[in-house]
Ligand binder design. Structure first.
Ligand code: AMP
Ligand code: MN
Ligand code: MN
Ligand code: MN
Length: 280
């Protein structure tokens, strides 16, 4: 009987996007926590993968090259994780580059909106929390607002300023679902819906998302996620069984102070599911 992987973790972040740890340190922490199959899935970039792969090789961790792509679906932002992608694939790299360009413009507009309600300099300050300006996102803006002493923690900043409908939020059009899934599949990867319970979709909207996702070649869903309660794990396990989707297990780790669940610390997948790692 196969004992690999003992502790897969297929979604996490490094300083290449909005994680706190450099890619090699993410791999070291995962290894120390007993993770033997790790996907680094930074937002809209593959920039951390070379460093992570090199460290994974040293430590004997199997590293799955991944990405978390920002998508706009029915005016909601949805995240699609790609697992096992070829980091040199041209179409994937072109698509992600376009997303990053939009990301920087969005962050500037959020900075202007925040300045308009009495919080000046947030975009400029956020730049020092990001590795490069085109990766600046809401997490970096939130860290700057915490650093300036306005709010106690990042979660509170999101609730007051950065969640949809709050004064620092600006509407933004990310990739189309079909494009994101197409880039992932074109790069040889498996497309997985990230943390489905976090989307503000009603039951009909959620079924519609999965219909479209499957129709364009999506194959998996994060059943176990650091962002899911036990009830939500059960709900998406049921959905994965019903739709015959591959199931993923993922911490979505960003850093010790900003994540509920550490690398490799998720509960096991519920029974009766086909793990996505059978395809990696
Ligand atoms: P963005 O892609 O720039 O819109 O930022 C999304 C990121 O913000 C997520 O990947 C999380 O890292 C972070 N985030 C979103 N919502 C929250 C929240 N309520 N509390 C803390 N961090 C959050
Ligand atoms: Mn993030
Ligand atoms: Mn996400
Ligand atoms: Mn994530």
């Amino acid at each position: 009987m196969s004992t690999f992987p003992r502790n897969p973790d297929l979604h996490c972040h490094s300083t290449a996007s909005d994680g706190w740890l450099p890619p090699a340190e993410v791999v070291r922490r995962a290894h120390a926590n007993g993770v033997d199959l790790l996907a680094l899935t930074d937002h809209d970039t593959l920039a951390g993968l070379d460093e992570a792969s090199a460290e994974a090789e040293v430590l004997g961790v199997r590293l799955v090259p991944g990405v978390e792509i920002s998508v706009t679906f029915a005016s909601e932002t949805v995240h699609i994780v790609g697992l096992g992608v070829d980091r040199h694939d041209a179409a994937l790299n072109v698509g992600l580059a376009a997303l990053r360009e939009g990301r920087q413009q969005r962050a500037q507009r959020m900075g202007e909106a925040l300045a308009g309600i009495g919080l000046p300099g947030v975009y400029e300050g956020a730049l020092r929390f990001a590795q490069n300006p085109e990766m600046v996102g809401r997490a970096h803006l939130a860290r700057q607002i915490v650093a300036s002493g306005h709010m106690p923690d990042v979660g509170t900043v999101f609730r007051h300023y950065l969640a949809k409908g709050k004064p620092g939020y600006v509407e933004h059009r990310w990739a189309r679902l079909e494009d994101a899934v197409g880039w992932i599949r074109g790069a040889g990867g498996v497309a997985v819906i990230a943390h489905p319970a976090r989307y503000r979709l009603d039951d009909i909207g959620m079924e519609h998302l999965f219909d479209r996702f499957v129709a364009c070649g999506g194959e998996g869903v994060e059943v176990v996620s650091g962002a899911h309660s036990d009830d939500e794990v059960r709900r998406y396990a049921e959905l994965a069984r019903r739709r015959g989707l591959l199931a993923s297990r993922a911490s979505d780790f960003h850093g010790a102070g900003e994540s509920r669940i550490d690398l490799g610390a998720c509960p096991p997948l519920p029974d009766g599911l086909t793990p996505v790692w059978t395809r990696l």
